[in-house]
Design a protein around this ligand. Structure first.
Ligand code: GAL
Length: 407
């Protein structure tokens, strides 16, 4: 009997492998790569158009020596401005800042890291370098040959192809039908690259970047996205970061293992915010199960920056295996994310009065807990008990208190 069961289950596995066509299999493999929100680093926020082969190599070295890799930051992603010209056959080559992309990918891989790159569905990227329009399969094949593991695909000049605006009269609103047609055209462009990536049979995580146009969270997964930007670009200031972060309320049903809402990259360590404000970004992004892509100079991090980016207890909230995006649970900025094993992560932000420390009270019933609750403060790294059904804490200006609550 036992033998039979074993035999049938083996036949089932073999049949499944034989019957499933290679593309869904490749899809499933990529979803596995993004089973928790992707973590890594991207060149844009710090290096911008100054990124070079040397700075990527130095970053890869620093990802290891600083402990970032071991904290979970695996991807080293080059953003815009690596692109050179196409050859006679239409194949893309990097520009002179990147003499040998394959060798660079090999170097990044040799450090136990993964390698990411950037392009656009339009003819030109946002910085007016060569995009993938009309060369999707060729580019996907080239990326696979180089050893690329992650592609950020940024709308940029495709906006004019999809005709979301009347270019002659940008002030004139386009009709609803025209808008719907434009969004459908954009979806097709993303699907096209998704299929091209699948055809390479190399698992390449697909990152949609089109600033949330057409409620991308509703169709991003169908178009093959493992993550999709939900907003316009983040800047290294509290106003931009907090507006983007807190505006994610309501998007939680659309995220889950393999497909994540992306409120843009981290600015932690870039100098435009206070340590408390950067703790707010780290905590909020973790509660949101957002991709954690550092955007600072990894080779030059202060002890404070390191302590924020590599707070393993906060990272564990982001990377929790349930993959549930947290939500806002009280009129003030109190957010909660359910964790595996029945625990809850709660972040209490001082957003309303961000110029002075204020006491904020969390009611345990708001997070579905009652009675005696065990609490761990994830920034103070301290345990305590909550006995009375509520917890009042003074939260610093622009800052956060983040707890892990369990029975
Ligand atoms: C923007 C994108 C940024 C960065 C930049 C590069 O459209 O949102 O994250 O990639 O292009 O040109």
């Amino acid at each position: 009997m036992r033998f039979h069961r074993l035999f049938f289950s083996q036949v089932l596995v073999v049949l499944t492998i034989v019957l499933i066509s290679p593309l869904p299999r490749a899809n499933a493999q990529i979803a596995l790569e993004a089973a928790t929100p992707p973590m890594g680093w991207n060149s844009w926020n710090h290096f911008g158009d100054k990124v070079t082969d040397a700075s990527v190599r130095a970053t890869a070295d620093a990802m290891v020596s600083s402990g970032m890799r071991d904290a979970g930051y695996i991807y080293v992603n080059i953003d815009d401005t690596w692109e050179g010209q196409r050859d006679d056959k239409g194949f893309i080559h990097p520009n002179s800042k990147f003499p040998d992309m394959k060798a660079l990918a090999d170097y990044v891989h040799s450090k136990g890291l993964k390698f990411g790159i950037y392009s656009s569905p339009g003819p030109m990227t946002c910085e007016k370098y060569e995009g993938s329009y009309g060369h999707e399969q060729q580019d996907a094949d080239t990326y696979a040959k180089w050893g690329v593991d992650f592609l950020k695909y940024d709308l940029c000049s495709y906006e004019s192809i999809m005709q979301l605006w009347d270019l002659e009269h940008p002030e004139k609103p386009v009709s609803v039908t025209q808008q719907e047609k434009a969004v459908a055209t954009m979806e097709q462009a993303y699907e096209k690259m998704h299929r091209a990536l699948l055809n390479t049979h190399r698992p390449i995580v697909f990152s949609l970047c089109q600033y949330g146009i057409g409620s991308v969270w509703k169709w991003g997964a169908k178009a093959g996205g493992n993550l999709w930007r939900t907003t316009d670009d983040i800047r290294d200031d509290y106003r931009s970061m907090s507006l983007i972060g807190f505006s994610q309320a309501g998007l939680e049903p659309y995220a889950g293992p393999g497909h994540w809402n992306d409120p843009d990259m981290l600015e932690i360590g870039n100098g435009g915010m206070t340590a408390d404000e950067y703790r707010t970004q780290m905590s909020l992004w973790a509660i949101l199960a957002a991709p954690l892509l550092a955007g600072n100079d990894i080779g030059n991090m202060s002890a404070t920056t390191k302590s924020i980016l590599m707070n393993k207890e906060v990272i564990a909230v982001d990377q929790d295996s349930l993959g549930i995006q947290g939500k806002k649970i009280a009129p003030l900025q109190i957010w909660m994310k359910p964790l595996s094993g029945g625990a809850k992560a709660v972040a209490i932000f001082n957003y309303v009065l961000d110029d002075q420390a204020i006491p904020i009270t969390l009611q345990l019933k708001e997070v579905g807990l009652a009675g005696h609750v065990h609490a761990r403060d994830l920034w103070a790294h301290k345990d305590f008990e909550i006995l009375q059904g509520s917890y009042t804490v003074v939260v610093p200006p622009g800052g956060v208190v983040m707890l892990r609550l369990s029975k």
